[in-house]
Design a protein around this ligand. Structure first.
Ligand code: OAD
Length: 234
């Protein structure tokens, strides 16, 4: 068996579920009460920016009420201790990986606590109140928007992710339903390049068939145990 040096970890809403953030597709899902096209598309932002901003303001407020859980903390410990390459690619827009102390985190679907200027692409911190039309600190255009990847938009830093997938020895997916591309295809990309593949999820996902190994259970139990396992061979 090849030695594992380079790891890519993909996380989804399931890793934050035990912190109290509802997943997208489960009961009480984040989009419940809203059609996706009403709150998560560029068209929605253009048509009803007040509604879209309010949706993300509520999610931002909810974020202040939650804490990282054992799975986030275990990945932060792995990040600190792992001497090889490691990249935590998260689809989550919360900051729980970061608050747990992980450094090598890439937010492919954006971040609730960041604002993006639609005119010049500059990012800045999302301060208490940024209503639609808020002015960009860099270019002065009234174009600050949530720094979130909407449906139909390309996720961030895809080149960096593809490069990491092409060179990793192990690809691990945690708490994602495998319903949304391109993230849902990462397991196949990593597999084509020769990586071993492991999924940890509460129940079998749409992508389970593509993984060499699937562990079924709560991330808060499975992830700390796996981190101990992998660190034992570091
Ligand atoms: P989903 O809500 O689609 O899937 C969450 C997965 O986590 C499900 O398969 C659950 O079974 C699993 N799960 C729930 N609780 C868990 C637990 N305690 N431990 C382990 N697994 C658990 O969320 P995502 O796959 O993250 O995109 O959704 C992907 C993307 O769809 C999101 O990033 C978002 C959404 O549209 C954008 O915002 C662009």
């Amino acid at each position: 068996m090849t030695e594992i040096r380079n790891i890519v970890i993909l996380t989804g809403a399931g890793i934050s579920a035990e912190s109290g953030i509802a997943t997208f597709r489960g009961p009480g899902g984040l989009l419940e009460g809203h059609r996706v096209e009403d709150v998560c598309t560029p068209e929605a932002l253009a048509y009803d920016p007040v509604l879209v901003h309010r949706f993300y303001d509520l999610r931002r407020a909810a974020l202040r009420e939650v804490e990282p859980n054992a799975a986030h903390r275990a990945l932060a410990r792995l990040d600190e201790a792992w001497s090889g390459e490691l990249l935590i690619v998260t689809q989550n827009v919360d900051d729980l990986h970061d608050r747990a102390g992980a450094q090598r985190v890439l937010h492919m679907h954006g971040e609730l606590l960041s604002a993006l200027c639609a005119a010049c692409g500059t990012r800045e911190a999302w301060v208490a109140s940024l209503p639609p039309g808020s002015v960009c600190g860099a270019c002065r255009a009234p174009a600050l928007r949530p720094d979130i990847v909407f449906f139909g938009e390309m996720p961030f830093q895809m080149e960096r992710i593809e490069a990491a997938l092409a060179t990793c020895d192990l690809f691990v997916s945690i708490g994602t339903s495998g319903a949304v591309y391109p993230a849902a295809g990462f397991v196949q990309t990593a597999g084509w390049h020769g990586a071993r593949t492991l999924e940890m999820n509460l129940d079998p996902s749409m992508g389970s068939v593509h993984f060499e190994e699937t562990r079924i259970g709560a991330a808060g139990n499975l992830v700390p145990a796996w981190v101990e396992e992998i660190l034992a061979q570091n």
